[in-house]
Ligand binder design. Structure first.
Ligand code: FES
Ligand SMILES: [Fe+2]
Length: 350
């Protein structure tokens, strides 16, 4: 295994972390059809029971490992399509067609929690699961954010590469040159960083929001007020990052008033060490009813995030194909990403 970074930073070879809440899927993906997804190297089957509650079970029949996602959802549970063993929604065997007695063996039912537009899953030891540890992101309280675009992207690269991309403000004017159209002033604004325990907060500020106008709704108007633009992110857990682009009008004493702008909630869920699922939502707290703008904004951001998806695929591809034993350099703007990688590496060795 070739190392390309310092040993104290997480990289694409770092083992996955099981004892965290991850998003398993969008709430809309859970239906009365069986759906397979692999999360942290475990194949799962996801669906809703007759009451509409979400269910996630191990996707492997206890008999000869036939995938339950390729089986049949019946009243009360799933019947394996290979030899007909039936499981209830808790993973208990309730019928074995060729014998009277059911083995006591269960298949694993994963602990889940549906909150707003996402479904969380706990893949670690059941007795360590605590719902209070589920991170709070803006879209969870749907009342506060009337506009939300939610999407899913499959990423052909490690979730560490995606986390580093989300902690990296320096790529915005380059990788997204034609999409987000950041002004050149953005490139040179210093990046500020604060570490709070195992979390990292980072941002850039620009004193003149007019430079960012194309990025906001054309109807936004703050009169003669000076408006501070703050763009940044917050690495919260191995499963989450919260991004934002906010405008703070300054009052006559130069103090910032309530912000107007966008939040992006990012959910990263490793499929394996070198692939991950990526769910994201944009929310804004102004021009709430302008659906045409919402559509335009959603399309623009989707396009930008597709550029990230391609970049991460290229990076993973280079690591997979190119045999250099080789240390990468770092630049000033990498500080948030490096802090995140150090945190994840420490969590793995705890
Ligand atoms: S493999 Fe499922 S019943 Fe045999
Ligand atoms: Fe990006």
């Amino acid at each position: 295994m070739k190392s390309y970074c310092n040993d104290d930073l997480a990289d694409i070879h770092t083992p996955l972390l099981y004892d965290y809440w991850y998003v398993a899927g969008l709430a809309t993906e859970f239906t009365r059809d069986l759906k397979e997804r692999t999360i942290l190297n475990r194949s799962i089957v996801m669906y809703r029971d007759e009451d509409g509650d979400v269910v996630i079970l191990q996707n492997r029949c206890a008999h000869r490992s036939f995938p339950l996602s390729e089986s049949k959802l019946e009243q009360g549970g799933i019947r394996c399509r290979y030899h007909g063993i039936k499981y209830d929604h808790d993973g208990n065997i309730t019928d074995v067609p060729c014998q009277d007695k059911c083995p006591k063996t269960k298949i694993r039912k994963y602990i889940t929690k549906e909150i707003g537009p996402v479904v969380w899953v706990w893949m670690g030891d059941d007795d360590k699961a605590n719902e209070d540890d589920i991170p709070e992101l803006p879209v969870h309280d749907m009342d506060k954010w009337t506009h939300v675009v939610g999407k899913y992207n499959y990423m052909e690269g490690s979730y560490i590469l995606l986390h580093e991309n989300l902690c990296d403000l320096s790529h915005l004017p380059f990788l997204h040159e034609d999409t987000f159209k950041f002004p050149k002033e953005y490139t040179s604004a210093p990046i500020k960083i604060e570490q709070d325990g195992d979390e990292v907060i980072f941002y850039r500020e620009l004193g003149d929001w007019n430079l960012l106008k194309p990025f906001f709704h054309p109807g936004l108007d703050f009169g003669n007020k000076q408006v501070l633009y703050k763009s940044g992110g917050h690495y919260m857990t191995p499963a989450t990052n919260k991004g934002y682009g906010l405008l703070f009008p300054l009052d006559e004493n130069g103090n910032p008033e309530q912000p107007t702008g966008h939040y992006v909630s990012h959910y990263l869920t490793p499929e394996s060490e070198d692939r991950c699922h990526y769910f994201w939502f944009i929310a804004r707290n102004y021009a709430l009813d302008d659906e045409e703008y919402s559509e335009k904004q959603g399309t623009m951001v989707q396009h930008g995030f597709d550029e990230d998806r391609d970049a991460i695929k290229y990076l993973q591809g280079i690591f997979d194909r190119d045999g250099h034993d080789y240390k990468e350099i770092s630049i000033k703007a990498d500080k948030p990403g490096i802090a995140m990688r150090r945190i994840i590496k420490n969590l793995v060795s705890k």
